[in-house]
Ligand binder design. Structure first.
Ligand code: HEC
Ligand code: HEC
Ligand code: HEC
Ligand code: HEC
Length: 448
């Protein structure tokens, strides 16, 4: 594994660079002769992906690299607007609401440090409920621009903004609007908010915004719908959409940032005449340094997870077929050879590795789930104190709950695994992109 890192990390990094293509788009005719362009740096759908896991080097993204890259872009000297299209946290149903809340708060804090100007809302932000949105905003936090959400008393949740930017010696005014797609009407109602159809909101706001030197729409919804809005409002210079993986470009420029903050979108908009808008996506790969201030923030985040015992707030289901987890020690007496082989494998110490990683990730459900036994089930790993015997990837991670088998070992039917598919449940393309099943099995092979 250690040997793996160097060469593969580099190869993957290079591959990623070529994916970060830059694309050209024809844009609104406002700039005589390609004068200074306004730079808008955009992200969206971070989805609770605070950092790439330490499982492998090839992963992209992470707030600490984002901070370094933004810093580097700022050092180029031209002013930039930094905007986010929403969905800061992961899916609260899958993650457990408290984890999503804390991830959102940490991401918001990171954005405040990075100097984000505005942030839109996505359905995952909304699902946390309106109460979660306000306290999650630290001093210096970006302005909420979600314009088509209203509270029951009629007040709007966010507002369109006009920002002054000094560009090549003159003040220009940039209008930014955020909208949430009509599909999320039910989500909004579920938390006591009213979602106005985005087309109506935009039509209402248009007269007040058309006069700005440049206008940006953050549309948290389907790209196709964003494209329709863009076509109906040619005064928009840039439309950042969500919920899509591909980058479509129309006039005005429509850009869909890839999810999980793996890339930073960079749009250069020439102001005032004909000229091409350039949109590109910079990969946040292992060549980008982690910023120390964000690493500290992430450590705070982990301390908080541990202090609150967030592991134990994760959703848990009953195991199919009943029984309960025993821990690998319970198998040793009858399967000495298998136990010994397992004891030499990396699976045994998988939780220890999390504890050692960057000051500890052993309180983070998003990491722990693949590094312990039976996480997410009623009798599986919960935390060290209650379920220390289930730390690491134990026998039952692969063979299933063992209590019935241990009580009646001669009864057939226990322990057959799904083979390679089982392995790939954890050795997935993100955490172990180079997984070679046969070679891996040889390293952990064992039998009766
Ligand atoms: C009391 C002794 C005993 C304990 C405890 C025990 N086993 Fe077994 N296990 C056996 C015996 C005996 C067999 C062989 C059954 C057979 O050949 O039909 C077996 C078979 C198996 C098989 C092979 C099943 C097959 O059909 O090929 C697996 C896998 C297995 N055990 C895993 C475990 C795990 C994991 C644990 C701990 C949770 C465990 N065993 C605990 C005695 C035990
Ligand atoms: C989907 C399952 C999965 C999740 C979730 C996961 N890991 Fe892993 N992790 C793995 C696998 C599989 C390996 C072994 C990879 C390999 O050998 O190439 C691994 C290996 C590691 C290693 C050892 C790497 C080394 O070089 O020693 C560390 C550290 C680690 N993970 C940290 C984390 C952290 C931190 C998180 C959460 C941010 C996390 N993991 C989430 C599956 C996962
Ligand atoms: C990473 C997954 C994994 C872990 C962890 C693991 N095993 Fe296995 N084990 C397998 C696979 C895969 C096989 C091959 C047979 C199969 O696919 O079911 C196997 C085979 C076996 C067999 C022989 C079954 C047979 O039919 O020959 C026994 C017994 C066994 N394991 C017991 C254990 C015990 C006891 C532990 C813990 C000390 C353990 N295993 C840990 C995946 C695992
Ligand atoms: C429950 C999740 C999980 C399952 C299922 C799983 N693994 Fe792993 N595996 C891990 C984790 C996590 C690590 C990294 C442990 C560490 O180093 O911290 C790992 C590490 C390994 C390693 C050591 C890494 C290396 O490059 O030497 C091998 C080999 C391996 N697994 C093989 C397998 C095989 C084969 C299977 C299927 C039979 C399997 N694993 C199933 C989670 C899993």
């Amino acid at each position: 594994m250690t040997a793996r890192r160097g060469p593969y990390g580099t190869a993957l990094g290079l591959a990623a660079l070529t994916v970060g293509l830059s694309v050209l788009a024809r844009l609104s005719a406002r700039d005589p002769g390609g004068g200074p362009a306004l730079r808008v740096v955009f992200t969206g759908e971070t989805d609770g992906f605070l950092e790439p896991c330490g499982c492998n080097e090839g992963q992209l993204g992470g707030l600490a690299r984002r901070d370094s890259w933004v810093w580097r872009l700022r050092r180029e000297g031209r002013p930039l607007l930094l905007v986010d299209n929403g969905d800061l946290a992961g899916d609260p149903v899958r993650e457990g609401g408290r984890l999503s809340e804390l991830k959102r708060a940490t991401t918001m804090r990171a954005m405040a440090l990075m100097g984000y100007d505005v942030v839109n809302l996505g359905e995952r932000d909304l699902e946390l409920g309106p109460e979660a949105l306000d306290p999650a905003r630290p001093a210096g936090a970006p302005v909420l621009v979600a314009c088509n959400l209203r509270r029951e008393d009629g007040t709007t949740v966010g507002d369109a903004v006009r920002l002054q930017v000094r560009l090549a010696g003159r003040e220009v005014e940039v209008a930014i609007v955020g909208l949430l797609g009509a599909d999320f009407d039910l989500v909004a109602r579920g938390v006591g908010l009213v979602l106005e159809p985005p087309g109506e909101t935009l039509a209402r706001l248009a007269p007040g915004l058309e006069g700005a030197s440049a206008a940006v729409l953050l549309y948290h919804g389907e790209a196709a719908e964003a494209e329709r809005l863009a076509a109906a409002h040619p005064w928009l210079d840039l439309v950042v959409a969500g919920h899509g993986r591909e980058q479509a470009l129309v006039r005005p420029a429509l850009a869909v940032p890839p999810v999980k903050g793996r890339y930073l979108g960079v749009a250069d908009l020439p102001l005032g005449g004909p000229g091409a808008a350039r949109v590109r996506f910079d990969p946040l790969d292992a060549f980008v340094d982690d910023s120390p201030r964000i690493l500290r923030l992430l450590e705070d985040h982990q301390r908080r997870l541990l202090a609150e015992g967030v592991l134990d707030t994760s959703p848990r289901v009953e195991v199919v077929g009943g029984g309960h987890y025993l821990g690998s020690e319970a198998c040793r007496g009858c399967h000495g050879a298998a136990h010994e082989a397992w004891g030499r494998s990396r699976h045994r110490d998988a939780l220890e590795d999390l504890r050692r990683y960057r000051g500890g990730r052993h309180g983070d459900p998003g990491c722990v789930r693949c590094h312990v036994t039976g996480f997410g089930t009623l009798t599986g790993y919960r935390d060290e104190a209650i379920t220390g015997h289930l730390s690491g990837v134990g026998c039952e991670s692969c063979h299933g709950v063992g209590s019935r088998h241990a009580a009646e070992p001669l009864r057939r039917g226990y322990g057959r695994t799904a083979g390679e598919a089982l392995c790939r449940g954890c050795h997935d393309p993100e955490n172990d992109p180079l997984f070679d099943h046969d070679a891996a099995w040889r390293r952990i092979a064992h039998g009766l």
